[in-house]
Write a protein that binds this ligand. Structure first.
Ligand code: SF4
Ligand code: SF4
Length: 200
């Protein structure tokens, strides 16, 4: 014996009442009946949804700047910081006349996130020096095809006419960053988040 906590199990004979199983059936049904009147722990998803926490991390968005140009400069920091190696991209040089499309001289001609690999940790968002990538409160929809979980720029870049609001995810650190005049070119949602800040 290794310890003195071991107990000998005695296999006693069941009584006739126990052998009839009625008490066990009745107590099981009583538990079921009790739960009919209790508040349900589940919701009828997807018809019903629960309110998400403001810090919920869901589907990513690649943001545009105030003029509608893509903010991402294909620096690769998000991909390097990603613990799941879910991000891949191809960098390209901005050509003359494309200034309204891409904010920096270098941009991502291809940017993909494998949503099956992603663990929604948010490290890509924290690593981005251009405030180009944010996680949002949108759920990645389920499908039957694995390939459709590779999200390209068509699904990630926000539409020009329907900007995705990420102001809830502006942490104190991000706000401090925006307040630093050195980084003023990086400000997003200036009017909403920093109403008293001067535009330069
Ligand atoms: S949320 Fe985390 S796992 Fe998902 S792409 Fe960003 S860094 Fe990678
Ligand atoms: S999203 Fe941000 S970190 Fe990732 S490549 Fe673009 S600029 Fe760099």
């Amino acid at each position: 014996m290794l310890t003195n906590r071991s107990k000998q199990v005695v296999k006693r004979e069941m009584t006739w009442l126990e052998r009839a199983y009625f008490p066990a059936i009745l107590s099981g049904m009583a538990i079921t009946f009790k739960h009919i009147f209790m508040r349900k722990a589940t919701v009828k998803y997807p018809e019903q949804t629960r309110e998400f926490a403001p810090v919920y991390r869901g589907q990513h968005v690649l943001k545009r700047d105030e003029a509608g140009a893509e903010r991402c400069t294909a620096c690769g920091l998000c991909a390097v910081s990603c613990p799941a190696e879910a991000i891949t991209m191809t960098a390209a040089e901005r050509q003359k006349g494309e200034e309204s499309l891409y904010r920096e001289e270098k941009y991502a001609s291809k940017y993909e996130i494998n949503m099956l690999r992603c663990i929604f940790c948010g490290l890509c968002e924290e690593a981005c020096p251009k405030e180009a990538i944010f996680l949002t409160d949108r759920i990645v929809p389920s499908t039957f095809e694995r390939d459709s979980f590779i999200y390209g720029k068509d699904k990630l870049v926000e539409p020009k006419d329907q900007p995705v609001d990420v102001s809830k995810r502006q942490t104190p650190a991000v706000l401090a960053f925006k307040n630093d005049k050195k980084h003023k070119h990086n400000r997003t949602f200036l009017d909403k988040v920093l109403p008293k800040a001067k535009h330069h």
